[in-house]
Design a protein around this ligand. Sequence first.
Ligand code: BJW
Length: 305
Amino acid sequence: PPLIPPAELQSFSEHLASSKRILALLGAGLSASSGLPTFRGAGGLWRTHDATVLATPESFEQDPGLVWQFYSYRRHMALKAQPNQAHFALAALAEKMPGFMTLSQNVDGLSQRAGHARAQLQLLHGSLFDVKCTSFYCDFVEQNFADPIVPALELPIDESDLTSDEARHAMSNALNAKKQSKELDISDEKVALPELAERDLPHCPKCKEGLLRPGVVWFGEALPRKVLHTIDDFVTSSSKIDLILVIGTSARVYPAAGYVDIARAKGARVAVINTDASDAPAGGMRKGDWFFRGDAARIVPELFK
Ligand code: BJW
């Protein structure tokens, strides 16, 4: 059977062709086929921890070492992952259409690496590769792609299947060990987590005191003000939004999910791309909406052909 029912593809394509103002709301499902796990459902556990519980200021307060291990692991995985065809298709649409704006909940950097124009890409939940000082008195923020960000966060390597010669070499040369990809998967609870002292965690190079934290938005925290303003401007500067694409997101986290209703209120038709037929936006599906069921990495490029 075709990936997308032909009649639906046609009605969508016609609407797309006549659209001038388009929003895309992206979630973790977009990067699923790049090998990065989603938050809810299968893969939402990191070791024994619910990923949405680790993504809170309370968890960081309680156990900054564990939370840094979680984020350091995800930085590493995101750097190893490659953008998929959907990331590239969205980047190409942005280039073609000045009235297109992407609202991404993803922190993995894959849209940027697919060449998505930054002015048309709003990062609602920050980035794994921003770090900021936690001290109230310090305003330090930077982009940081170092992997690991500090030596203590180096992934442990599996020495059991190395020869003793290799093991000795690997111990003295972590980089080489990485190349041999003997590193252990610390998302697996059976793998022992190295113990970390607070002084081994990333510290602020500016105030020399504060602990650094990932520049992502945790539950209960406000989204970046500049991002919210830019989206507000996009929405209010036009009397009409033609279409909102809701791609690979459970659309349950606010204020992100609220953009679906905001777009609808401006006349937008909604196209959902999701592997799970039950993951419609909170208000449910309406007449004129499309639900394209399947892997975003395969469906999105077809939709923009
Ligand atoms: C595929 C696929 C494939 C799989 N192809 N599809 C109103 C009502 C109720 C609560 C609130 C409200 N307003 C605010 C709240 C509180 C809270 C909230 O929304 N809670 C809800 C859970 C109820 N919101 C907040 O706290 C936000 N802040 C806030 O509101 O601040 C107010 C404030 C103002 C002023 C001062 C102070 C405060 C902040 C929310 C931050 C969310 N952060 C996280 C972590 C980011 C860092 C990190 O990555 O670690 O963001 S949580 C997590 O959820 C992450 C994601 O971006 C986000 C959304 O998840 P997403 O992307 O949808 O992933 P999944 O796993 O849920 O879904 C994947 C989907 O893909 C599924 O549907 C699959 O089927 C599908 N899929 N493979 C296509 N191959």
